[in-house]
Design a protein around this ligand. Structure first.
Ligand SMILES: Nc1ncnc2c1ncn2[C@@H]1O[C@H](COP(=O)(O)OP(=O)(O)O)[C@@H](O)[C@H]1O
Ligand SMILES: [Mg+2]
Length: 264
């Protein structure tokens, strides 16, 4: 089966007047349908840029992204996105925020309302349907944005450091929930993080990127059994994977700021 997402020699240069920033340098990788793939790399290496290019929100300067065999030239459909900040509308309640994509796309309300309610149950937000964002913790807000990304049942989830702003305990909790949802609904996930442990814990494959301009240093298959629980983090295999990635990103290769398990 051909890969669902294929990224071929993608480069991106930002031009601000005479100034050029080379954000990505000939990045290539593939994501098969149903796979969980993480992009890990230091801050500023072009991870968000790459995710925007994959989603069709931003053009590549050169190279090509294809989704489902078609070249991406405009924002793709069949995708849900989750960002680091939950970007909820403060005047809409939980249910209203989750239903936004349904309203935008003018889809049939009632089946999606049912979906929204089942997602709310799935992420443990039952009883909070009528609450407004200011009444929710950061973790709960991010759960809402996860439900919003899933409400139209997209095949692809693109996630840009979705739990990066949360405390470590809440992040672990949401990582587990995400895996549970993924195992149940089998989305194809492209997940961006600068947290090595999080990448190893979640993924089938980890694409390790260099400091800017972002290049692919390695594509590492994570051969750990599923379903995964937190106890897997204390296994020696898990430790070997994180060490291996940490070594690739060691200061010698230009990323002193990146630490395994960093929460910032
Ligand atoms: N709109 C933009 N204009 C100019 N430079 C940008 C723009 N967006 C990002 N960059 C630069 O591109 C590089 C990669 O940014 P980004 O993709 O946000 O990295 P990451 O998500 O890995 O932290 C950074 O050096 C950043 O300053
Ligand atoms: Mg980013």
């Amino acid at each position: 089966m051909p890969p669902l997402i294929s990224v071929r020699d993608v480069s991106r240069i930002y031009r601000n007047g005479p100034k050029e920033i080379h954000a990505l340098d000939r990045v290539s990788f593939e994501v098969n349908e149903g796979c969980f793939v993480s992009l890990v790399g230091p801050s500023g290496c072009g991870k968000s840029t790459l995710l925007k290019i994959v989603s069709g929100l931003l053009p590549a300067s050169s190279g090509e992204v294809a989704v489902d065999g078609r070249g991406v030239r405009a924002p793709i459909e069949n995708v849900g996105m989750v960002f680091q900040s939950p970007v909820l509308l403060k005047w809409k309640n939980v249910l209203g925020n989750i239903m936004l994509p349904v309203e935008f796309a003018r889809l049939d309300r009632s089946p999606h309302m049912e979906r929204a309610r089942s997602l709310i149950r799935l992420v443990g937000l039952e009883g909070f349907e009528e609450m407004f964002p200011f009444q929710l913790s950061g973790g709960m807000q991010q759960r809402v944005s996860l439900c919003r990304a899933l409400v139209t049942d997209p095949g692809i989830l693109l996630m840009d450091e979705p739990f990066g702003a949360l405390d470590a305990m809440t992040r672990d909790e949401l990582d587990l929930e995400l895996l549970r949802i993924w195992e149940e609904r089998r989305k194809t996930v492209l997940f961006v993080t600068h947290n090595i442990q999080e990448a190893v814990f979640l993924s089938d494959f980890v694409v390790v990127m260099s400091a800017r301009p972002g290049r692919v240093l390695s594509k590492l298959g994570i051969d750990l059994p599923r379903p995964r629980g937190v106890e897997i983090m204390s296994s020696s295999r898990f430790g070997e994977y994180t060490l291996q990635i940490r070594a690739m990103l060691a200061p010698a290769s230009g990323s002193p700021a990146l630490v395994a398990g960093s929460t910032t």
